[in-house]
Design a protein around this ligand. Structure first.
Ligand SMILES: [Zn+2]
Ligand SMILES: [Zn+2]
Length: 345
Protein backbone atom coordinates (compact mmCIF):
# COMPACT_ATOMS: atom_id res chain seq x y z
CA UNK A 1 0.00 0.00 0.00
CA UNK A 2 1.07 3.58 -0.65
CA UNK A 3 0.93 5.99 2.32
CA UNK A 4 -0.74 9.21 1.17
CA UNK A 5 -1.37 12.58 2.82
CA UNK A 6 -4.94 13.82 2.72
CA UNK A 7 -7.48 16.11 4.37
CA UNK A 8 -10.59 14.48 5.78
CA UNK A 9 -13.81 15.19 7.64
CA UNK A 10 -14.07 12.79 10.58
CA UNK A 11 -17.76 13.54 11.18
CA UNK A 12 -20.47 15.83 9.91
CA UNK A 13 -19.72 18.44 12.56
CA UNK A 14 -15.91 18.44 12.24
CA UNK A 15 -13.87 20.71 9.98
CA UNK A 16 -11.52 19.07 7.49
CA UNK A 17 -8.14 18.20 9.00
CA UNK A 18 -4.95 16.33 8.04
CA UNK A 19 -5.44 12.57 7.68
CA UNK A 20 -3.23 9.76 6.39
CA UNK A 21 -4.72 7.31 3.92
CA UNK A 22 -3.36 4.47 1.81
CA UNK A 23 -3.71 4.04 -1.94
CA UNK A 24 -3.45 0.64 -3.62
CA UNK A 25 -0.35 -0.34 -5.59
CA UNK A 26 -1.31 -0.09 -9.27
CA UNK A 27 -2.41 -3.47 -10.66
CA UNK A 28 -2.14 -4.38 -14.37
CA UNK A 29 -4.81 -1.96 -15.65
CA UNK A 30 -4.21 0.79 -13.04
CA UNK A 31 -2.51 4.16 -13.17
CA UNK A 32 -1.02 6.02 -10.20
CA UNK A 33 -1.01 9.78 -10.36
CA UNK A 34 0.44 12.56 -8.29
CA UNK A 35 -2.44 14.96 -7.71
CA UNK A 36 -1.53 18.52 -8.66
CA UNK A 37 -4.86 20.29 -8.23
CA UNK A 38 -8.34 19.47 -6.98
CA UNK A 39 -11.40 21.66 -7.43
CA UNK A 40 -13.76 22.34 -4.54
CA UNK A 41 -17.30 21.45 -5.65
CA UNK A 42 -20.39 22.51 -3.73
CA UNK A 43 -21.25 18.82 -3.37
CA UNK A 44 -18.03 18.36 -1.36
CA UNK A 45 -19.50 20.63 1.29
CA UNK A 46 -22.92 18.95 1.20
CA UNK A 47 -21.35 15.54 1.72
CA UNK A 48 -18.72 16.56 4.29
CA UNK A 49 -21.61 17.91 6.38
CA UNK A 50 -23.89 14.94 5.68
CA UNK A 51 -26.55 17.16 4.15
CA UNK A 52 -27.61 14.36 1.79
CA UNK A 53 -27.80 11.89 4.71
CA UNK A 54 -25.55 9.35 2.99
CA UNK A 55 -22.11 10.30 4.28
CA UNK A 56 -19.41 7.84 5.32
CA UNK A 57 -16.53 8.94 7.55
CA UNK A 58 -13.68 9.56 7.50
CA UNK A 59 -14.36 11.38 4.24
CA UNK A 60 -11.71 12.78 1.89
CA UNK A 61 -13.71 14.91 -0.57
CA UNK A 62 -12.72 16.03 -4.06
CA UNK A 63 -13.82 14.90 -7.55
CA UNK A 64 -12.22 17.49 -9.79
CA UNK A 65 -8.75 15.98 -9.92
CA UNK A 66 -5.82 16.70 -12.24
CA UNK A 67 -2.35 15.25 -11.90
CA UNK A 68 0.71 13.69 -13.46
CA UNK A 69 1.13 9.97 -14.04
CA UNK A 70 3.87 8.49 -11.85
CA UNK A 71 3.34 4.75 -12.35
CA UNK A 72 1.43 2.50 -14.76
CA UNK A 73 0.30 -1.13 -14.71
CA UNK A 74 1.68 -3.64 -17.22
CA UNK A 75 -1.50 -3.68 -19.36
CA UNK A 76 -1.79 0.09 -19.74
CA UNK A 77 -0.59 0.92 -23.24
CA UNK A 78 -1.99 4.35 -24.06
CA UNK A 79 -0.81 6.29 -21.00
CA UNK A 80 2.78 6.95 -20.03
CA UNK A 81 4.61 8.30 -17.03
CA UNK A 82 4.55 12.11 -17.05
CA UNK A 83 1.20 12.41 -18.88
CA UNK A 84 -1.30 14.94 -17.54
CA UNK A 85 -4.54 13.21 -16.58
CA UNK A 86 -7.78 13.81 -14.75
CA UNK A 87 -10.42 12.07 -12.63
CA UNK A 88 -14.02 13.19 -12.30
CA UNK A 89 -16.93 12.09 -10.15
CA UNK A 90 -16.51 8.32 -10.39
CA UNK A 91 -13.69 5.76 -10.48
CA UNK A 92 -15.45 2.53 -11.41
CA UNK A 93 -18.79 0.99 -12.42
CA UNK A 94 -20.15 -2.50 -13.19
CA UNK A 95 -19.17 -2.35 -16.92
CA UNK A 96 -21.94 -4.86 -17.77
CA UNK A 97 -25.27 -3.01 -17.51
CA UNK A 98 -26.95 -1.20 -20.39
CA UNK A 99 -25.94 2.20 -19.04
CA UNK A 100 -22.28 1.20 -18.75
CA UNK A 101 -22.32 -0.34 -22.23
CA UNK A 102 -23.85 2.85 -23.64
CA UNK A 103 -21.11 5.01 -22.13
CA UNK A 104 -23.36 6.42 -19.43
CA UNK A 105 -21.51 4.88 -16.50
CA UNK A 106 -22.70 7.66 -14.19
CA UNK A 107 -26.16 6.10 -14.30
CA UNK A 108 -24.94 2.59 -13.44
CA UNK A 109 -26.61 1.20 -10.32
CA UNK A 110 -23.14 0.27 -9.03
CA UNK A 111 -21.06 3.34 -9.82
CA UNK A 112 -18.09 3.73 -7.48
CA UNK A 113 -17.98 7.45 -6.86
CA UNK A 114 -14.62 9.12 -6.32
CA UNK A 115 -15.33 9.58 -2.61
CA UNK A 116 -18.07 8.82 -0.10
CA UNK A 117 -18.56 5.49 -1.85
CA UNK A 118 -16.95 2.06 -2.13
CA UNK A 119 -15.04 0.40 -4.95
CA UNK A 120 -15.04 -3.41 -4.69
CA UNK A 121 -15.90 -3.05 -1.02
CA UNK A 122 -13.09 -0.60 -0.24
CA UNK A 123 -14.01 2.97 0.80
CA UNK A 124 -13.07 5.56 -1.83
CA UNK A 125 -11.15 8.73 -0.96
CA UNK A 126 -11.17 11.82 -3.15
CA UNK A 127 -8.76 14.40 -4.45
CA UNK A 128 -7.91 16.40 -1.33
CA UNK A 129 -4.79 14.23 -1.24
CA UNK A 130 -1.37 13.84 -2.82
CA UNK A 131 -1.87 10.76 -5.02
CA UNK A 132 -4.51 8.32 -6.22
CA UNK A 133 -4.63 4.97 -8.00
CA UNK A 134 -7.31 4.46 -10.64
CA UNK A 135 -8.30 1.97 -13.32
CA UNK A 136 -7.27 3.29 -16.76
CA UNK A 137 -10.85 2.93 -18.06
CA UNK A 138 -12.01 5.70 -15.72
CA UNK A 139 -9.10 8.07 -16.31
CA UNK A 140 -9.27 11.14 -18.57
CA UNK A 141 -6.45 12.59 -20.63
CA UNK A 142 -5.88 16.32 -20.17
CA UNK A 143 -5.06 17.77 -23.60
CA UNK A 144 -1.83 19.76 -23.93
CA UNK A 145 -2.17 23.51 -23.58
CA UNK A 146 -4.81 23.57 -20.85
CA UNK A 147 -3.63 25.19 -17.59
CA UNK A 148 -3.93 22.37 -15.04
CA UNK A 149 -5.31 24.37 -12.11
CA UNK A 150 -8.12 26.02 -14.09
CA UNK A 151 -8.86 22.72 -15.83
CA UNK A 152 -9.66 20.80 -12.63
CA UNK A 153 -13.24 22.15 -12.35
CA UNK A 154 -14.02 20.89 -15.86
CA UNK A 155 -14.07 17.35 -14.42
CA UNK A 156 -17.36 18.05 -12.62
CA UNK A 157 -18.69 21.57 -13.34
CA UNK A 158 -17.55 21.37 -16.97
CA UNK A 159 -19.13 18.05 -17.87
CA UNK A 160 -22.27 18.79 -15.82
CA UNK A 161 -23.01 21.74 -18.09
CA UNK A 162 -21.45 20.53 -21.37
CA UNK A 163 -23.60 17.39 -21.46
CA UNK A 164 -27.07 19.02 -21.36
CA UNK A 165 -25.95 21.84 -23.67
CA UNK A 166 -24.84 19.26 -26.21
CA UNK A 167 -27.80 16.92 -25.71
CA UNK A 168 -30.32 19.69 -26.29
CA UNK A 169 -28.57 21.25 -29.25
CA UNK A 170 -26.91 24.47 -28.03
CA UNK A 171 -25.18 25.98 -31.06
CA UNK A 172 -25.38 28.70 -33.72
CA UNK A 173 -28.87 30.17 -34.06
CA UNK A 174 -29.97 28.82 -30.68
CA UNK A 175 -30.96 31.01 -27.75
CA UNK A 176 -29.70 29.59 -24.47
CA UNK A 177 -30.41 30.90 -20.97
CA UNK A 178 -28.28 30.06 -17.95
CA UNK A 179 -30.01 30.44 -14.60
CA UNK A 180 -27.63 31.19 -11.74
CA UNK A 181 -24.02 32.32 -12.02
CA UNK A 182 -21.99 30.18 -9.62
CA UNK A 183 -19.50 27.40 -10.32
CA UNK A 184 -21.85 25.57 -12.69
CA UNK A 185 -23.43 28.67 -14.22
CA UNK A 186 -20.15 30.29 -15.17
CA UNK A 187 -19.05 27.10 -16.97
CA UNK A 188 -22.42 26.89 -18.75
CA UNK A 189 -21.99 30.44 -20.08
CA UNK A 190 -18.48 29.78 -21.37
CA UNK A 191 -19.30 26.43 -22.96
CA UNK A 192 -22.58 27.60 -24.55
CA UNK A 193 -20.73 30.58 -26.05
CA UNK A 194 -17.98 28.29 -27.34
CA UNK A 195 -20.71 26.15 -28.97
CA UNK A 196 -21.88 29.25 -30.82
CA UNK A 197 -25.20 29.90 -29.05
CA UNK A 198 -26.61 33.26 -28.03
CA UNK A 199 -26.32 33.23 -24.24
CA UNK A 200 -28.41 35.06 -21.67
CA UNK A 201 -27.79 34.93 -17.93
CA UNK A 202 -30.91 35.00 -15.77
CA UNK A 203 -30.23 36.08 -12.20
CA UNK A 204 -32.32 37.50 -9.40
CA UNK A 205 -30.92 41.03 -9.22
CA UNK A 206 -28.52 43.30 -11.09
CA UNK A 207 -25.47 42.36 -8.98
CA UNK A 208 -23.92 39.90 -11.42
CA UNK A 209 -24.46 41.89 -14.61
CA UNK A 210 -20.83 42.92 -15.12
CA UNK A 211 -19.54 39.46 -14.21
CA UNK A 212 -21.86 37.86 -16.77
CA UNK A 213 -20.63 40.20 -19.51
CA UNK A 214 -17.03 39.43 -18.60
CA UNK A 215 -17.74 35.72 -19.01
CA UNK A 216 -19.03 36.39 -22.51
CA UNK A 217 -22.80 36.42 -21.99
CA UNK A 218 -24.69 38.32 -24.72
CA UNK A 219 -27.47 39.41 -22.40
CA UNK A 220 -28.19 39.65 -18.70
CA UNK A 221 -31.71 39.78 -17.32
CA UNK A 222 -32.67 40.41 -13.71
CA UNK A 223 -35.58 38.08 -13.06
CA UNK A 224 -36.91 39.90 -9.99
CA UNK A 225 -38.55 42.48 -12.29
CA UNK A 226 -41.80 41.12 -13.78
CA UNK A 227 -41.61 43.13 -17.01
CA UNK A 228 -38.15 41.68 -17.74
CA UNK A 229 -39.61 38.19 -17.69
CA UNK A 230 -42.58 39.30 -19.80
CA UNK A 231 -40.25 40.74 -22.44
CA UNK A 232 -38.67 37.30 -22.82
CA UNK A 233 -41.94 35.40 -23.39
CA UNK A 234 -41.34 32.28 -25.54
CA UNK A 235 -37.80 33.41 -26.30
CA UNK A 236 -35.37 30.61 -25.40
CA UNK A 237 -34.72 27.26 -27.06
CA UNK A 238 -32.96 25.92 -23.99
CA UNK A 239 -32.63 26.90 -20.35
CA UNK A 240 -29.91 25.37 -18.17
CA UNK A 241 -30.99 25.89 -14.57
CA UNK A 242 -28.04 25.61 -12.16
CA UNK A 243 -29.74 27.00 -9.05
CA UNK A 244 -29.78 24.76 -5.98
CA UNK A 245 -32.13 26.90 -3.88
CA UNK A 246 -35.85 27.60 -4.11
CA UNK A 247 -36.71 29.81 -7.11
CA UNK A 248 -39.59 30.67 -9.45
CA UNK A 249 -39.65 27.92 -12.09
CA UNK A 250 -42.95 29.14 -13.58
CA UNK A 251 -41.41 32.50 -14.46
CA UNK A 252 -38.55 30.72 -16.20
CA UNK A 253 -40.90 28.37 -18.08
CA UNK A 254 -42.73 31.35 -19.58
CA UNK A 255 -39.51 32.40 -21.35
CA UNK A 256 -39.18 29.07 -23.23
CA UNK A 257 -40.51 28.78 -26.79
CA UNK A 258 -42.81 26.06 -28.13
CA UNK A 259 -41.17 22.67 -27.65
CA UNK A 260 -38.20 24.21 -25.87
CA UNK A 261 -36.39 22.67 -22.94
CA UNK A 262 -35.53 23.45 -19.33
CA UNK A 263 -32.86 21.16 -17.91
CA UNK A 264 -32.08 21.11 -14.21
CA UNK A 265 -28.52 20.51 -13.00
CA UNK A 266 -28.92 22.06 -9.53
CA UNK A 267 -30.77 20.29 -6.74
CA UNK A 268 -32.90 22.54 -4.50
CA UNK A 269 -33.18 20.51 -1.27
CA UNK A 270 -36.82 21.43 -0.80
CA UNK A 271 -37.72 20.18 -4.30
CA UNK A 272 -39.14 22.21 -7.20
CA UNK A 273 -42.71 23.28 -7.84
CA UNK A 274 -44.26 24.43 -11.09
CA UNK A 275 -47.64 24.71 -12.74
CA UNK A 276 -48.16 21.80 -15.17
CA UNK A 277 -50.05 24.20 -17.45
CA UNK A 278 -46.74 25.96 -18.14
CA UNK A 279 -45.37 22.76 -19.66
CA UNK A 280 -48.50 21.55 -21.43
CA UNK A 281 -49.58 24.81 -23.03
CA UNK A 282 -46.35 25.14 -25.06
CA UNK A 283 -45.28 21.49 -25.31
CA UNK A 284 -42.23 22.35 -23.22
CA UNK A 285 -39.81 19.69 -22.02
CA UNK A 286 -38.75 19.47 -18.38
CA UNK A 287 -35.45 17.60 -18.13
CA UNK A 288 -32.57 16.79 -15.81
CA UNK A 289 -28.96 15.74 -16.34
CA UNK A 290 -26.18 14.35 -14.15
CA UNK A 291 -22.46 14.77 -15.10
CA UNK A 292 -21.50 12.60 -18.12
CA UNK A 293 -19.91 9.28 -19.08
CA UNK A 294 -16.17 8.76 -19.49
CA UNK A 295 -16.15 9.10 -23.28
CA UNK A 296 -18.30 12.24 -23.08
CA UNK A 297 -16.06 13.71 -20.42
CA UNK A 298 -13.04 13.14 -22.65
CA UNK A 299 -14.94 14.77 -25.53
CA UNK A 300 -15.71 17.77 -23.26
CA UNK A 301 -12.02 18.13 -22.31
CA UNK A 302 -11.00 18.03 -25.99
CA UNK A 303 -13.71 20.59 -26.82
CA UNK A 304 -12.54 22.89 -24.02
CA UNK A 305 -8.92 22.61 -25.20
CA UNK A 306 -9.93 23.43 -28.78
CA UNK A 307 -11.94 26.46 -27.63
CA UNK A 308 -9.59 27.50 -24.80
CA UNK A 309 -12.31 27.16 -22.17
CA UNK A 310 -11.33 26.73 -18.52
CA UNK A 311 -12.83 27.74 -15.18
CA UNK A 312 -12.24 31.06 -13.41
CA UNK A 313 -10.61 29.96 -10.19
CA UNK A 314 -9.15 31.04 -6.88
CA UNK A 315 -6.18 28.81 -6.01
CA UNK A 316 -5.95 27.96 -2.30
CA UNK A 317 -3.66 26.25 0.18
CA UNK A 318 -5.18 23.08 1.70
CA UNK A 319 -5.10 24.67 5.17
CA UNK A 320 -7.61 27.27 3.93
CA UNK A 321 -10.16 24.71 2.72
CA UNK A 322 -12.50 25.17 5.70
CA UNK A 323 -12.59 28.94 5.11
CA UNK A 324 -13.22 28.22 1.44
CA UNK A 325 -16.27 26.13 2.42
CA UNK A 326 -17.63 29.05 4.45
CA UNK A 327 -17.15 31.45 1.57
CA UNK A 328 -18.62 29.01 -0.96
CA UNK A 329 -21.70 28.65 1.22
CA UNK A 330 -22.22 32.39 0.92
CA UNK A 331 -21.59 32.47 -2.82
CA UNK A 332 -18.39 34.41 -2.22
CA UNK A 333 -16.12 32.86 -4.86
CA UNK A 334 -15.41 33.63 -8.51
CA UNK A 335 -16.17 30.92 -9.46
CA UNK A 336 -14.38 27.88 -8.16
CA UNK A 337 -11.83 27.24 -5.42
CA UNK A 338 -9.03 24.93 -6.50
CA UNK A 339 -6.66 23.33 -4.00
CA UNK A 340 -2.94 23.38 -4.76
CA UNK A 341 -2.29 19.81 -3.60
CA UNK A 342 1.45 20.46 -3.23
CA UNK A 343 0.46 22.27 -0.01
CA UNK A 344 -0.48 18.93 1.55
CA UNK A 345 3.22 18.09 1.78
ZN1 LIG B 1 -18.96 18.16 -8.27
ZN1 LIG C 1 -23.12 -0.61 -14.94
Amino acid sequence: MLPTKAYAAQSETKPLEPFNIERREPSANDVLLEIKYCGVCHSDLHQARNEWKNSMYPMVPGHEIVGIVTKIGSDVKDIKIGDTVGIGCFVNSCRKCTNCKNGEEQYCANTAFTYNSTDNGVPTFGGYSTQITIDRNYLLKIPAGLPLDATAPLLCAGITTYKPLKTWGAGPGKKVAVVGLGGLGHMAVKIAKAMGAEVTVLSRGEQKKEAAKQLGADQYVATNVAKNIESLAEYFDLVVDTVSAEHDIDAILSTIKLGGVIVLVGVPPEGVKFNAHNIISKRRIFAGSMIGGIAETQEMLDFCAAHKVTADIELIDIKDVNDAYERMEHGNVKYRFVIDCATLN
